[in-house]
Design a protein around this ligand. Structure first.
Ligand SMILES: *Cc1c(COP(=O)(O)O)cnc(C)c1O
Length: 426
C-alpha cells in the first residue's frame, strides 16, 4: 500500500474499509467525552456489545432451569463448549477434534507439559526463545525442577545475535541441532510478547522433530491475530488465551490443541479429571479413567459456562468478519501505516527517536509494533495516556502499540502517531 501523510489519507482508508462496521460491535472506553484510541488489544481486547446478552442468556438458563440447564435447550451446557470448536479450529488451523477450550493459559501449559515434557537422563532439555513471557519461563523452570533437573542445565534459551533485536530462524535451527541428542521439547511463542516477532512455526516444528523432540507453541499473541496452521505445521501441542486478540474478557477461557497423531497414544501421561472422560460414559461414574478421543480428553473440570459464553460472543464476531485471513489484510495495512508514520517522525527529527524493534517484514509480525523511545520514554507514554491514547508500557523504554483490525481505524493510528510527534516536540 502507498501510504501518505495527512488526515485525509486516514479518513479515506476508513471510508473504503470493508470491515469498518465491526468497530460498532465493540464498547470503546471514553476519555474526556471522546472514544479513546485503544491500541492495547494485545493485552486485553475490547468488550463486544453482545457480551452482556450472552451472559444474560446463561443467567436466565440458570434461573429458569437450574440443574436441567446441563441437558435442556439448544444451548445445553453439557455440550456448550462443542459449539465453539469449529470457530476456534479455524482460527488456529486445526481439525475440530484437535482443539478444546478449558482453564486458563498457564494452567494449560502445565497440563500439556505433563503429556509432552517427559524428560529422562538422556533427553531432558527444553529450548525456548530468550525473553519469553515470564509466566512461560516460570512454568518451564518449575516443570524442569519437578522432574528433578536443574533449569540452568535443562532450559536453553535462544537469543538474538549481538547487535540484533530479533531471532533468525536459521539460528533457532542451529541451537536445536546442537542440543538434539539431549532435547526433549521445543517450546516457542507464536509471537514474542515483547518484540512482536512472529516466528516461523512450521520451520521450528520441522527442526524439533528432526531432533527427535516434541514441539509446542504458546499462541497468546498469535491466536486471532495472524493465520495459523497448527495441524499442517505438525505441532504436537499448543495453547493460547482468549482475552487478548479474541476479546473474551479478563481471565477469559484458554484453549488447547493436541495433534491428532497423539490420540491413540496411550503412553502419554495426563492429569485427568471427569470432564475429560469419554462423554457417552461419563455419568456412569465408573472407576478407571477412560479419556474422550481428541483434545477434549485433556479436559479436567466442569466447563465454566459464563467464560464460554463470553468466548462465544467473540467467536460470532470473528465468523461474521470472515475469519482471520480476512482480518489479516486490514491488519497488515494498519500496522504498515503506523510504521510509515513513525518513520516520518524520525525523518523530521533527523534522528531515530522512535526505534521499532518489531521486524519490518509483515510476514514476521502481527499487529503489534514495539517502539523503543530513545528520549523521555516515560514522559512520552504519559503524554499518550493523558490524551486518550491507550498503548502499553514495557520496561525499560518500550511502548507497545497494536492496531487491531476488528475495531481500530486508520484515524486511530493517525491520532496516536500525532501524539507521539507532539510528545517528542515538547
Ligand atoms: C498473556 C500471556 C500469558 C498469560 O497467561 P495466563 O495464564 O492467562 O495469565 C502467558 N504466556 C504468554 C506468552 C502470554 O502472552
Amino acid at each position: 500500500m502507498n501510504y501518505q501523510q495527512g488526515l485525509a489519507f486516514a479518513l479515506e482508508q476508513d471510508r473504503v474499509d470493508l470491515l469498518k462496521d465491526f468497530r460498532n460491535k465493540f464498547l470503546i472506553p471514553r476519555h474526556n467525552d471522546v472514544d479513546v484510541v485503544y491500541l492495547c488489544g494485545n493485552s486485553l481486547g475490547l468488550q463486544p456489545v453482545s457480551a452482556e446478552q450472552y451472559i444474560a442468556d446463561q443467567l436466565n438458563t440458570w434461573k429458569n432451569l437450574a440443574v436441567e440447564g446441563w441437558f435442556q435447550g439448544d444451548d445445553a451446557w453439557l455440550s456448550y463448549h462443542k459449539q465453539l470448536l469449529p470457530s476456534i479450529a479455524k482460527i488456529v488451523g486445526a481439525h475440530e477434534n484437535e482443539v478444546t477450550v478449558m482453564n486458563s493459559l498457564t494452567v494449560n501449559l502445565h497440563l500439556l507439559m505433563v503429556s509432552f515434557y517427559k524428560p529422562n537422563s538422556k533427553r531432558f532439555k527444553i529450548i525456548m526463545e530468550g525473553g519469553a513471557f515470564p509466566s512461560d519461563q516460570y512454568a518451564v523452570e518449575s516443570q524442569v525442577r519437578f522432574h528433578g533437573f536443574d533449569p540452568k542445565e535443562a532450559v536453553i534459551e535462544v537469543f538474538p545475535r549481538e547487535g540484533e533485536l530479533t531471532l533468525r530462524t536459521g539460528d533457532i535451527a542451529q541451537v536445536i541441532n546442537k542440543h538434539a541428542p539431549e532435547l526433549a521439547l521445543v517450546l516457542f511463542a507464536g509471537i514474542n510478547y515483547y518484540t512482536g516477532q512472529l516466528f516461523d512455526m512450521e520451520a521450528i516444528a520441522h527442526e524439533a522433530h528432526k531432533a527427535g523432540a516434541y514441539v509446542g507453541f504458546d499462541l497468546a499473541h498469535a491466536a486471532g491475530n495472524v493465520p495459523l496452521k497448527l495441524h499442517d505445521w505438525n505441532a504436537d501441542f499448543a495453547c493460547w488465551c482468549s482475552y487478548k486478540y479474541m476479546n473474551s474478557g479478563p481471565g477469559g477461557i484458554s484453549g488447547v490443541f493436541v495433534h491428532e497423531k497423539h490420540f491413540e497414544n496411550t503412553k502419554l501421561d495426563r492429569f485427568a479429571g471427569w470432564w475429560g472422560y469419554r462423554e457417552d460414559k461419563r455419568f456412569l461414574m465408573a472407576p478407571g479413567f477412560d479419556p474422550a478421543t481428541g483434545a477434549n480428553g485433556w479436559q479436567v473440570s466442569t466447563c465454566p459456562i459464563f467464560l464460554l459464553a463470553l468466548f462465544k460472543a467473540s467467536m460470532a464476531i470473528f465468523n461474521d468478519a470472515g475469519g482471520v485471513d480476512i482480518l489479516r489484510g486490514k491488519s497488515v495495512a494498519l500496522t504498515g501505516y503506523m510504521e510509515f508514520l513513525i518513520k516520518e517522525i524520525n525523518k523530521q527529527q533527523s534522528e531515530e527517536v522512535f526505534k521499532i524493534i518489531t521486524p519490518v517484514n509483515p510476514q514476521e509480525r502481527g499487529c503489534q509494533l514495539s517502539v523503543v523511545c530513545k528520549r523521555n520514554a516515560k514522559v512520552i507514554f504519559k503524554h499518550l495516556a493523558d490524551n486518550g491514547i491507550i498503548g502499553d508500557w514495557r520496561e525499560p523504554d518500550v511502548i507497545r502499540l497494536s492496531p487491531v483490525p476488528l475495531y481500530n481505524t486508520f484515524h486511530d493510528v493517525y491520532l496516536a502517531v500525532q501524539h507521539l510527534a507532539a510528545a517528542i516536540a515538547n
